[in-house]
Design a binder for this molecule. Structure first.
Ligand code: HGY
Ligand code: MN
Ligand code: MN
Length: 420
């Protein structure tokens, strides 16, 4: 059952945009980089520090923290009828290695600010409100991306997540206990709380809203995603004594595969997104012919069929260019495209109307925890612009006004959902 179509004026209290902006700067200190970005790896001590800061801010407005077995952090605001499924909002606090201040953090701080404004206005809702920090959304160290929300929604078994291995060989099952223990004041709560709805606010991480000159986007859906790894094996050899004609050079063949893959996907135009993000060359010595090369593929498209065709083309082209080496292509993870329910998009649109913010509908090019929550509850997303659409980059930037606009609409929608 969705919240009733908003009638009358806005009901949410005015949020404090200055406090919201200030908290982004304070949170960005945890993992601050010299060029203004943030490196806050999932499950690291820095990630735990940022979370402890959030728990302190939450406690100050009466939020009660808990954490589940994969490290998803929940801050609960009790409503008049705690027996009803809660309304949740949030995002993630882990970042890319050269991340920015806003990817993920905005959705968490916008949710905190919405709950703080209700607290200060003395407004209690029917349903509990839950602020959530999903663990390891980026997946850049321990794959897959959106790991915490995938475990919460039952789409990734906990045991499989714990078996995740980082490029340096470290296993999550060895790193997680210290991370969980770094939140001594947060009790464990392993049963997933039932949710009535989940809303996520996020920077767009693309150029559309800024180009349109709009402060807000109502997200219609999220494109599909597949992560693969290509593993090319040849034979290590002496760089000085081994003639090219007898080499089984894994890097030479991997480069030819990459060239063919770029040519293939370039020809498909801008609707497909194809990225070779991480290369591992072994043994990585200047005077030894590489015997093994592994490289990752991040493939995205709004249509599942195009993803399937893309994966098939990847497999064929890698085989074609294997030369004297062998090649294996492994699918690491993936998620199908989703469309958010009309009802929640309409509610967000109407709440934006109540606060007189112009907006547009758009698809998300980036993936988000809301995609995984889509499988277990009614989900929706709000976007605000970021400067030049730059993200996963230290230059990521947004304006206090846009962050406040998205937060105000989020607060209005949460209030209406929690009273439905
Ligand atoms: O990869 C993504 O789309 C997200 O930003 N982690
Ligand atoms: Mn994100
Ligand atoms: Mn990201």
């Amino acid at each position: 059952m969705m919240a009733s179509a908003p009638h009358g004026g806005p009901r949410a209290p005015r949020i404090d945009g200055e406090r919201l902006w200030r908290r982004h700067l304070e949170l960005a200190r945890h993992g601050a980089l010299s060029a203004g970005g943030v490196d806050r790896p999932a499950f690291s001590a820095i990630d735990a520090q940022a979370r402890r800061q959030l728990v302190d801010w939450g406690r100050a407005i009466g939020l009660v923290p808990s954490m589940d077995a994969i490290g998803n952090l929940f801050l609960r605001r009790t409503g008049r009828r705690p027996e009803l499924p809660a309304v949740a909002t949030g995002s993630h606090l882990d970042t890319q290695p050269t991340g920015g201040k806003f990817d993920g953090a905005y959705g968490v701080l916008a949710g905190l600010e919405a709950l703080a404004s209700l607290h200060e206005a003395g407004l209690q809702t029917e349903r509990d409100l839950l602020l959530v920090v999903w663990a390891n959304e980026e997946g850049s160290h321990f794959a897959p991306t959106t790991m915490g929300s995938a475990v919460f929604s039952g789409q990734l078994p906990l045991a499989e997540a714990l078996a995740a291995q980082a490029p340096d060989g470290g296993r999550l099952e060895d790193a997680l206990p210290a991370f969980l223990a770094a939140h001594p004041e947060v009790p464990r709560q392993d049963t997933a709380p039932p949710l009535h709805a989940f809303l996520e606010a996020h920077i767009e991480q693309g150029p559309v809203l800024e180009a349109a000159g709009l402060p807000l986007g109502i997200v219609t859906g999220i494109q599909g995603l597949r992560w693969l790894e290509v593993d090319v094996r040849g034979q290590e050899a002496h760089a000085g004594t081994t003639p090219g004609s007898v080499r089984r050079d894994a890097l030479r063949q991997a480069v030819q595969m990459a060239r063919a893959l770029f040519a293939h996907f370039d020809a498909l135009g801008d609707s497909v997104r194809f990225t070779l993000g991480r290369w591992r060359v072994e043994p990585g010595s200047p005077n030894t012919v590489p015997g093994r090369v592994r490289f990752t593929i991040d493939l995205r498209h709004p249509r599942e069929a195009a993803l399937a065709d893309g994966e098939e083309a990847i497999r064929q082209l890698c085989e074609t260019h294997a030369g004297p080496c062998t090649v294996a292509v492994e699918r690491l993870s993936g998620s199908a495209p989703i469309v958010f329910p009309e009802g929640i998009r309409d509610l967000l649109d109407q709440c934006a109307d109540l606060w007189a913010f112009p907006r547009m509908a758009l698809v998300s090019g980036a993936t988000h925890d809301a995609k995984l929550l889509h499988g277990v509850t009614t989900t929706g997303m709000l976007f605000v612009p970021c400067e030049k659409g730059i993200s996963h980059n230290q230059l990521e930037n947004a304006t206090p006004e846009h962050l406040a606009a998205g937060t105000q609409v989020l607060a209005e929608a949460l209030l209406r959902l929690a009273d439905a």
